[in-house]
Design a protein around this ligand. Structure first.
Ligand SMILES: Cc1cc2nc3c(=O)[nH]c(=O)nc-3n(C[C@H](O)[C@H](O)[C@H](O)COP(=O)(O)OP(=O)(O)OC[C@H]3O[C@@H](n4cnc5c(N)ncnc54)[C@H](O)[C@@H]3O)c2cc1C
Length: 403
């Protein structure tokens, strides 16, 4: 093999790309593949000794299992994670209220809140330890030449890498998606998410809370320090763009006061807030995930409103399925980028991703400003589901990735 030839190249070493490379590199046939991972950003780990990463995700049991299989979970758990055992969802515009408890589905938790930076750091350390993986960073994909036998990838530094499969996990603005001419359906939610870490008067008691306001949902995701302190939460506050702008302009005291009111004092007063970030929210879905020699994964293939915390969980399911299909192709003597395998990957993932996106869109619309009869029905519906054990359990198991 020439120096710049690999069986599989992954563009983007965020959570999805790094997890794909780490999992594939250790499967029965994957461990014989030469894998390169290209990441545009220099890897600089933020100093998280005194604060939490403002970007966190709620991981399902299935996503945790994937991270266990990559060997990264042990390190993440040893550093800092917060299991959540209960979830409370209620609406501002009525009496609708629903609660989920892990005991109802006989699980130790409903999921884990983890900081994005800690997940990426642990996965990168795994990649560095794997002999058949080469991590190239910073390395930015700028062009592609797709040939019947594979793909030639041009990097910003002028070098060229040849591969049989390019697995693109280069995020929502995917360069690979653009270079392959893969069409995107997208629409604005009209929402911006304000994310930050807050300190609250009361202990969060390992409960994730979400209040649906007519302008958008507000989530308090529980965090836990290394010493076990439970007075901090990561918030995701989705708001109309102009309102989000006004909230960003408030000083810390006024922001804490406004947030306390918006969350109905569910954790007492919000007493401190870290630096705030505002992220525009957009729904995107690639019409096709694959072309010969190339497959999209994670945010490169789909982005979704964070209201149910499903984005990276869907991306991790793409990872599991693409690894299975590449493994199956290689075990039959086919190329890892064989179109039969890529077609199967697309057929298995697209309906599931699309279905989840449709349900989330439905939820978002349902909780937007609605006429009184819809609001009454919504209240009633939530309270009824809350009383119906089997239906509620089914919803929880589905959301946890247990089905
Ligand atoms: C406010 C908010 C809250 C969220 N909460 C949740 C949650 O609770 N649960 C959940 O499941 N999901 C959640 N999500 C979604 C989740 O954060 C994303 O789905 C996830 O981060 C996407 O990971 P990724 O690896 O696909 O993409 P990214 O994290 O965007 O990684 C892409 C990588 O590719 C690199 N790259 C880009 N271009 C190139 C190039 N040309 N060449 C080489 N490398 C390149 C980038 O530098 C980057 O490192 C949330 C999202 C938001 C906005």
């Amino acid at each position: 093999m020439a120096e710049h030839e690999y069986d599989v190249v992954v563009s983007g070493a965020g959570m999805v790309g790094a997890a794909f490379a780490a999992l594939l590199a250790t499967t029965e046939h994957g461990k014989n593949l030469r894998i390169a991972v290209l990441e545009a950003r220099p890897f600089v780990m933020p100093d998280l000794s005194k604060s939490f990463d403002p970007r966190v995700v709620a991981l399902t049991a299935l996503s945790r299992k994937l991270l266990e299989d990559t060997g990264a979970w042990e390190q993440i758990a040893a550093r800092r994670v917060c299991p959540y055992q209960r979830m409370e969802v209620w609406e501002a515009d009525g009496t609708g209220h629903i609660e989920f408890d892990c005991a109802e589905v006989r699980q130790p938790s409903l999921g884990h809140i983890v900081e994005n930076a800690l997940v990426v750091e642990a996965l990168w350390q795994r990649l560095e330890a794997l002999e058949n993986v080469t991590l190239l960073c910073p390395a930015t994909v700028v062009d592609l030449d797709r040939q019947p036998e594979g793909v030639a990838i041009s990097l910003a530094d002028g070098s060229v890498i040849n591969t049989k499969l390019l697995a693109a996990a280069d995020g929502a603005q995917s360069k690979v998606r653009e270079l392959c001419g893969l069409q995107l359906r997208q629409w604005e939610y009209g929402h911006h998410a304000i994310v930050t870490t807050v300190t609250t008067e009361k202990n969060h008691d390992f409960t994730a809370r979400q209040r649906f306001l007519p302008e958008g949902p507000l989530a308090f995701l529980p965090l836990q320090t290394e010493t076990g302190d439970c007075h901090q939460c990561s918030i995701v506050w989705s708001q109309q763009a102009d309102v989000a702008e006004q909230l960003m302009a408030l000083d810390d005291d006024a922001f804490c006061e406004t947030l306390t009111r918006a969350g109905e004092n569910c954790l007492g007063n919000v007493v401190a807030v870290d630096k705030r970030y505002k992220i525009p929210l957009k729904q995107r879905h690639a019409v096709d995930y694959v072309v010969p020699g190339v497959a999209l994964m994670g945010d490169a293939a789909h982005t979704i409103h964070p209201l149910a915390g499903q984005g990276v969980n869907l991306g991790f399911q793409d990872v599991i399925v693409l690894v299975e299909e590449v493994e199956r192709a290689v075990s039959r003597g086919l190329s890892p980028g064989d179109m039969w395998a890529l077609g199967r990957y697309q057929r298995r993932r697209k309906p599931h991703n699309l279905g989840t996106m449709a349900v989330m869109e439905g939820f978002k619309r349902l909780f937007e400003k609605q006429p009184l009869p819809v609001r009454l029905l919504r209240n009633d519906g939530m309270n009824t589901v809350n009383r119906l054990g089997p239906i509620k359990n089914l919803m929880v198991r589905q959301a946890m990735g247990l089905l």
